[in-house]
Design a protein around this ligand. Structure first.
Ligand code: NAP
Ligand code: ZN
Ligand code: ZN
Length: 348
């Protein structure tokens, strides 16, 4: 067993606090990494507070991990000791079902193993996330990182990056398409960067007028204050695709009505309350409401390589491990530009 320390929630009501635990020893195809940086995803907050009703305690969050390889099993081919490796939301899957064979492990028919709060397929223990000193993972679920990118700013690519890159690719966002991004948070700001980079006309929707200048700098062609009904109405029936990355309950119909015929509103945000919407708004333009979850291992590597080629990273505020509870509170106040990343070497 490998000793590990990190920060855990012991219940849905408790703040994160220092916590010691063990990880399994690396198998032949596993690597062990020292965690250097871990991004703070809103899912970490939802899970720490059991907002989706599926949390298991003690719960060590963190699934935007960049680290240095400290051990590599005898069959490992992608990494050697000293290399940088990155790990996202999935750390294992059945590997034989059709989605796994296609490299869409996030849709594994037997259920992918999540980076934290899930039963480990190897030893049955509950996985503990990246708010920790180290991680042990099969190399199939670890990625290489382009050497030109800042490592702290790479960490959020492992969830916020791939969760927005994948649907924008799937729905073929590119030149000639009018695309909306809803919510300028961790996911939203990456969606904005990618949609702009792919050549679409991008409209950023936000409830925070103070973020307008940032949105324009990050690549928005237009910024719309979603609480202004007139500004929203001006875009009615005009979008090919809208990506909704909002973490709290809000009106879906406000965005469905902005789609043109056959347009798609894809939800990636996961508020704790299910949305409601008018079917009339769907049938009158044959529009779709869809969902998308992170991305598979090949596409995650493709996204990282794309970021290396185009110099795309997250805009981050690096914090100490003992600032995590404050970071959670600031995230809830929409006060983050645009992702907190924990410098794991500050773990006391
Ligand atoms: P975040 O950084 O907190 O950003 C969420 C943004 O939503 C905020 O910045 C804010 O943008 C907007 N927002 C917040 N409260 C709102 C409200 N009451 N009404 C309208 N807008 C509001 O969160 P994140 O890390 O990007 O995560 C976003 C959501 O995606 C979370 O629910 C998370 O669990 C989920 N998620 C899903 C996947 C997946 O695979 N589908 C993966 C990762 C995360 P403005 O200030 O611009 O309005
Ligand atoms: Zn996440
Ligand atoms: Zn599978």
């Amino acid at each position: 067993m490998t000793a590990s320390k990190g920060y855990a929630a012991l219940s849905a009501q408790s703040a994160l606090a220092p916590f010691s635990f063990t990880r399994r020893d690396p198998l032949a195809t596993d690597i062990a990494i020292q965690v250097l940086y871990c991004g703070v995803c809103h899912s970490d907050l939802h899970m720490a507070r059991n907002e989706w009703g599926q949390s298991v305690y003690p719960l060590v969050p963190g699934h935007e991990i960049v680290g240095r390889v400290t051990a590599a099993g005898s069959a490992v081919t992608k990494f050697k000791v000293g290399d940088i490796a990155a790990v996202g939301v999935i750390v294992d899957s059945c590997r034989h079902c059709a989605p796994c064979q296609r490299g869409e492990e996030q849709f594994c028919n037997e259920g992918a193993t999540l980076t934290y709060a899930a039963p480990d397929r190897v030893d049955g223990s509950i996985t503990m996330g990246g708010y920790a000193s180290n991680y042990v993972v099969d190399e199939r679920f670890a990625h290489t990182v382009p050497a030109n990118l800042n490592l702290a700013a790479v960490a959020p690519l492992l969830c916020a990056g791939i969760t927005t890159y994948s649907p924008l690719r799937h729905w073929k966002v590119g030149p000639g398409k009018k695309v909306g991004i809803v919510g300028l948070g961790g996911l939203g700001h990456m969606g904005l960067k990618f949609a702009h980079s792919f050549g679409a006309h991008v409209v950023q929707f936000t409830t925070s007028l103070r973020k307008k200048e940032d949105a324009l700098r990050l690549g928005a062609d237009e910024v719309v204050l979603s609480t202004d009904p007139q500004a929203m109405k001006a875009h009615a029936g005009s979008f090919d695709f809208i990506l909704d990355a909002v973490s709290a309950p809000h009106s879906i119909d406000d965005y469905v009505t902005l789609l043109k015929q056959d347009g798609t509103l894809t939800l990636v945000g996961l508020p704790d309350v299910p949305p409601t919407f008018s079917v009339f708004n769907l049938i009158t333009k044959r529009v779709s409401i869809a969902g998308s979850m992170i991305g598979g291992m090949p596409e995650t590597q493709e996204m990282l390589d794309y970021c290396g080629q185009h110099n795309i990273v997250s805009d981050v505020e690096v914090v100490r491990m003992d600032q995590i509870n404050e970071a959670f509170e600031r995230m809830l106040k929409q006060d983050v530009k645009y992702r907190f990343v924990i410098d794991m070497r500050t773990l006391a």
